[in-house]
Design a protein around this ligand. Structure first.
Ligand SMILES: O=C(O)CCC(=O)C(=O)O
Length: 300
């Protein structure tokens, strides 16, 4: 699929954003999508919410608020196809990665509503997916304006640092490791030492996007009674994104068994048949959504 792009987005030069993205592993683009495009993204959000599918989970089942996470995974999905054709999502992702050929990976919905919704623990997406590489993009959109205190937060430059152990999402200690038998370092206590970290976030308007690398440390600020945060993240990758193994989920913690089941189902789809080191784009499951842009050259 090499979808047409809207005239408006062809006029935007994303090269300055691409430099920031490469350096910081995070960039905020104000007014990335106009209202017509946001209506399409909002339609996708509502469609996912109405039919969250088998992979939906309430992250903290004891929370009064709903923090519902769903994962949709196919670029052929009727909810996703129009977004790839009629919004600049894929074009922005491709530009930020320097014009690479681009594959769609998945979308993920976050709904925080109904009380005090806990923060989404600090983590890296790369700890969960069986893949490593530089060419990754997560685009985080909110359907409504969101204040900095409720926004996603990303540690600038952390995409160049280590991949840490995953989080078991234990509310008592969000750094509690997910994996055993691994030399992945335990997640640092970022929340307990915020001033030591260079944290990026902002007040965001509808149409703004916060983009981050899958190895960037990030966490979602909480929401409070009376608030509702409707968020959709889209993930894309390029040629430098390779199949890799992940350690085994621990067996010595009561929360681990449930996690192991959820994660193996939710996160493993699409990687069958790949050998370690293969580009993920080799999988027939993930669809290429843009050919290489002019001027892009494959690394040799
Ligand atoms: O919105 C949130 O609270 C978390 C989002 C997140 O972790 C992601 O999109 O990867």
């Amino acid at each position: 699929m090499n979808a047409p792009t809207t005239a408006r987005n062809l006029q935007i030069d994303y090269s300055a954003y691409a430099d920031t993205y490469r350096r910081d592993g995070v960039v905020i683009i104000q007014g990335a999508l106009d209202e017509a495009q946001m209506k399409r993204v909002e339609g996708a959000f509502e469609a996912r919410l109405a039919n969250p599918g088998p992979h939906a989970e309430r992250i903290f089942p004891d929370d009064r608020a709903v923090t519902l996470q769903t994962v949709g995974i196919s670029a052929d999905d009727p909810i996703i196809v129009p977004l790839l054709h009629h919004t600049a999502l894929a074009d922005i992702a491709q530009s930020l990665l320097g014009g690479v050929p681009l594959w769609y990976m998945q979308d993920q919905l976050w709904m925080k509503e109904g009380g005090n919704a806990r923060r989404t623990c600090w983590h890296q997406d790369s700890s969960y997916f069986p893949a490593n590489g530089l060419d990754s993009v997560v685009m985080w959109f909110c359907m409504d304006p969101v204040a900095k205190v409720n926004c996603l937060e990303v540690v600038r430059g952390s995409h160049k640092g280590p991949t840490y152990n995953g989080s078991l999402l234990d509310p008592a200690d969000p750094t509690e490791p997910l994996y055993e038998g691994t030399d992945y370092p335990r997640l640092p206590d970022i929340e307990g030492n915020r001033s030591r970290w260079d944290i990026v976030s902002a007040d965001m308007e509808r149409g703004d996007v916060l983009v981050f690398n899958m190895n960037s440390l990030h966490g979602g600020a909480p929401t409070f009674p009376g608030q509702r945060r409707r968020t959709l993240s889209f993930r894309f990758f390029g040629p430098d994104y390779h199949f890799a193994t992940r350690p085994r989920i621990r067996t010595d913690h009561p929360m681990a068994a449930a996690r192991a089941n959820q994660d193996s189902e939710r996160l493993s789809v699409g990687y069958a048949g790949l050998s370690v080191g293969d580009p993920i784009g080799k999988s027939a499951f993930f669809k290429k959504v843009r050919d290489a842009g002019p001027g892009w050259k494959a690394a040799v």
